[in-house]
Design a protein around this ligand. Sequence first.
Ligand code: A3P
Length: 328
Amino acid sequence: MASVSWRPVEGPLVKELKKNLSKSCRDLVEVHPGRLVVYIYHKDWYQRQLDFSVKKDDVWVITYPKSGTTWMQEMTWCVVMGIHHQQTSLPLMKRFPFFEWDSMIAPDFMDEKLCADDPCLPGNTWKIMANMSSPRTIKSHLQVPLLPKQMWEVKPKIIYVCRDPRDVCISYYFHYVKLNGYKKELSDFVEFFLADIMPFAPFWSHILDFWRRRDQENILFVRFEDMKEDLLSVVQKVADFLGKQLSAEEVIRIADHCSFGSMSKNKAVNNETLPAAENEKAKGLKFMRKGKVGDWKNHLTDTQIKAFKEWTFKHLEGSDFPYYQDYE
Ligand code: A3P
């Protein structure tokens, strides 16, 4: 195995980013080789995560953050378990655990408002995965080299979702304001995003590592934009991929259940109870924010759009990835 090292993510931009975040999410490291950005606690979990026992009938949803993870998780869960399953109202983090959650929080993290078995508390998510009955549904944002080794031998079902980076960046910005206490403006955040210093960066290699594997039988590559355009077709595609026979009525029910309006009201998935930053900027922001394609047009300046273009073209050079290059 190539030797792995962890280095603090450094530089003037990082300093600026850290100054403007809540304490709990400030410390990031880069894993080398690859310069893969993760939380500082990753080092303590790396080997356990790499050695995690994967099962053939696992269903993984993997994404770069803010690409429609929650949306695809809920849809996948309903396809796997059935829309009428009695646990549909359980919090998503219990039904569809977040694989690397424990490596994103301090081992002594405590919040009195949470029950002792809350998946947000240290060690609980790992326990949920250990005790989960099959088929397990698991979410991850980890980059390919950090995922369990068995992923590539056992070949569970993997659904990868990507989204236009310009929309991801806007969504990530509001997420950071709401949940991570981010105090600066979007213009600064765009610089951080394009510098690939955010958790689970680099953005393009995250996507391209799955894009290259998209023809493997156990991998389904989906775009957020496909889900927006025709949710019924994506539900059907996910069902076919997972070998589930659904009636036309079930497909419609799942698509309805996963509409933006319905998910926004659904406490099991709308993340309204996640502890939000206590400041004016964060007030009133919702995790289920807009759920639109192209919201970046309302936020990015011409200069920022040009910066996205240069960054995109640089990283896509030599790749056959065809999307998100619609620049004049
Ligand atoms: P916006 O911030 O652009 O609204 P993730 O789950 O990966 O964190 O992604 C969150 C993004 O997906 C948010 O984007 C959220 O609104 C959007 N989203 C979640 N459920 C959705 C749905 N049912 N329909 C459309 N967008 C949805």
